[in-house]
Design a protein around this ligand. Structure first.
Ligand code: ATP
Ligand code: MG
Length: 633
């Protein structure tokens, strides 16, 4: 069926559309109701149906492709950066997950209990997630880069009975001990997990707390032949909790269901990602993020694909590492983030040419705005279409993209695409709440009910869920994405930044993202961040931090001054003088999270002489020093 028809059906007759999509997964008991819409803004999908994510990801494939690869774990965090691989067939993964599940059961973890997973990108992390799913425990994966404080907050919010962790992660060949951090976090937390299960990679010494800390390998030995049957869950039981990145504030515990999520992923693997059983899929994300949950672990496996889990940098041992994996494993679909592509773009182009990439059909990018230059560069370097997709931790799967599994709808540069099935997306005027005319900027919202797979609520806090997401526009049942956007006359959407990133200059409300886009059009601008800084006279002024493409061209104070004037001139011409930044600073590196999101909040705090706040997800703390130096200079 073509996209337009499919989409139309999904929004005019969602019940029949999703009942049909539900056939893509296995049900132990059929659902009695497709959608329970009795308590808006909540929505319950596939009420009464019984299923299990682990069953659909593994057991379901045993008979037809038990010996094909399911999980391919590759690490270049080895002494010599040579890739080390560990491949699990569906059968092997099945056995391994049951061992892990048996350990959890032996530690008293049962249905509904929370298990916090604080792990590097190693196979055991995925195995632990699937083990939780198998026995109906609720996993909460916390990104391995988080420090003690952030981890403690999440421990107190999720109140896990068990924590699964490891001695250390590794980055650029250097061990990063996890255990001391975890100990600190547990000391800081009010809630105390009963047990901590530790994978010992032999990377860093560990001091075990008697009675609490346990060695994974020795317990595994005791459960080698474990057979742990799947626990069938009602569709609306909780599968996991995952905290949002916290780019704009305190992270929210996104709670997800079982049946709706499984169906949404299975459906998206067909309509968007075009995944076929037996093929190999590679997402460069981390299991600590939502992309890792949906499109490293559950999505590909539910579609019967092998999934690659990669621990390492995209440029080590060299910038060809990803492409060597595409060649070796015959990857058909790849998923990454614009920020990672920009890193590769700084490297010599021949790294891609060295490998046979003929298996690759498309590259999917998400997480932040995809600029045209990056998109065109990677598309022509790889010779495959690049598919932008826009979504959130909250949605769990793409809201806007191009449904390549349905027809060859063209992509449009700068746009993540059109609404995916079930999402009634609109752009509405912030003050009146009316739907905006084509090409008019407003807030991107989604009409209730959200399709299957989206968050059920904020974990343990229904009121915060309603309040945060559903109360912005008075009487309307609309979910706010907190992103600005426009819809063009053909129905393509463009994302213009976050509503939180608005600054107010002398009464004019300006999106920092728009100013950034304008500045980016200057030929010597590689990257830019614009923040609003308190100003006695104007309330706020825009301040820009630019990473020049060619740093030599701005090496002298005179050259920097001339450059600053040019940049201001560009903004004057494109947006008007009200948007002109008060200062343009040149720096070598912007502060970003490990998932590539700009830490505007931290930059702004430093500009205003405040504490930079929670910085545990920062990629490189040196970037903040650069901001301070630029301001001082
Ligand atoms: P928090 O909500 O805690 O501040 P966060 O919004 O950074 O954290 P995520 O859910 O990981 O956490 O990010 C979702 C956001 O990322 C979107 O709301 C949007 O701003 C941005 N985003 C994601 N994909 C795209 C895309 N393809 N194009 C533009 N922006 C995107
Ligand atoms: Mg968000």
């Amino acid at each position: 069926m073509r996209y337009a028809e499919l989409y139309e059906r999904s929004v005019t007759d969602p019940q029949s559309y999703w009942a049909e999509q539900a056939q893509l997964i296995d049900w132990h008991a059929p659902f009695s109701q497709v959608l329970d819409a009795s308590r808006p803004p909540f929505a319950k999908w596939f009420v009464g149906g019984q299923t299990n994510l682990c069953h659909n990801a593994i057991d379901r494939w045993l008979e037809t492709q038990g010996d094909l690869p399911a999980l391919i774990a590759v690490s270049t965090e080895t002494a010599d950066a040579a890739p080390a691989e560990k491949i699990y067939s569906f059968r092997e993964l099945h056995a391994e997950v049951q061992r892990s599940a048996a350990i959890m059961l032996s530690l008293g973890v049962t249905r509904g209990d929370r298990v916090l997973i604080y792990m590097p990108m190693i196979a055991e992390a995925t195995i632990a997630m699937l083990a939780c799913a198998r026995i109906g425990a609720i996993h909460s994966v916390v990104f391995g880069g988080f420090a003690a404080n952030s981890l403690a907050t999440r421990i107190d919010d999720a109140r896990p009975k068990l924590v699964v962790s490891a001695d250390a992660g590794s980055r650029n060949g250097k061990a990063i001990p996890y255990k001391p951090l975890l100990d600190d976090a547990i000391r800081l937390a009010k809630h105390q997990p009963r047990h901590v299960l530790l994978v010992d990679r032999g990377l860093a010494p560990m001091t075990l707390v008697q009675g609490r800390d346990l060695d994974y390998a020795s317990l595994r030995e005791q459960h080698l032949d474990a057979q742990v049957p799947v626990t069938w869950l009602e569709s609306n039981e909780i599968s996991y909790i995952l905290y949002t990145s916290g780019t704009t504030g305190i992270p929210k515990g996104v709670q997800r269901d079982v049946g709706g999520y499984a169906v949404a992923l299975a459906s998206s693997m067909q309509t968007i990602f075009c995944g076929k059983p037996g093929e190999v899929y590679f997402s460069t994300s981390d299991i600590g993020w939502v992309v890792g949950h949906s499109y490293i672990v559950y999505g590909p496996l539910i579609a019967g694909m092998a999934t690659i889990m990669y621990e390492g940098l995209p440029v080590r041992p060299d910038a060809g590492i990803w492409w060597s994996m595409v060649e070796k494993y015959r990857v058909t679909r790849m998923f990454s983030a614009p920020t990672a592509v920009r890193v590769l773009k700084k490297q010599a182009p021949e790294f891609m040419k060295k490998y046979d990439l003929s298996s690759l059909k498309a590259l999917y990018l998400a997480g932040e705005p995809l600029d045209e230059t990056t998109s065109q560069w990677i598309s022509s370097a790889l010779g495959v279409p690049v598919i932008d997709n826009y979504w959130q931790t909250e949605s769990g799967w793409p809201i806007l993209s191009i449904a390549r599994g349905t027809d060859d709808s063209p992509t449009r540069l700068g746009s993540p695409g059109v609404p995916m099935p079930g999402y009634k997306v609109r752009v509405i005027d912030e003050s009146t709440g009316d739907t905006c005319a084509a090409n008019r900027k407003g807030v991107v919202v989604i009409d209730w009910p959200l399709p299957p797979g989206c968050m059920q609520t904020v974990y343990g806090d229904d009121a915060r869920y309603v309040d945060t997401y559903w109360s912005r526009f008075g009487g309307q049942q609309v979910y706010s994405t907190f992103d600005w956007g426009i819809r063009d006359e053909d129905g393509y959407y463009f994302i213009l930044g976050r509503t939180d990133d608005v600054i107010n200059v002398a009464g004019h409300r300006l999106g920092t993202r728009e100013i950034e886009e304008s500045i980016s059009s200057h030929p010597n601008v590689s990257e830019v961040a614009v923040v609003g800084v308190e100003d006695k006279l104007k309330g706020q002024v825009a301040v820009a931090f630019v990473v020049p493409r060619n740093a030599d061209a701005v090496a002298t104070p005179q050259a920097r001054q001339a450059f600053e004037a040019e940049v201001m001139g560009v903004v004057d011409r494109q947006l008007g003088t009200v948007a002109r930044p008060a200062r343009v600073h040149c720096i070598g590196l912007l502060p970003k999270t490990r998932s590539g999101k700009l830490l505007r909040r931290a930059i702004q705090a430093i500009c205003e002489g405040r504490d930079a706040g929670d910085l545990t997800t920062i990629e490189d703390p040196a970037s903040l020093q650069q901001i301070r130096a630029a301001l001082a200079g």
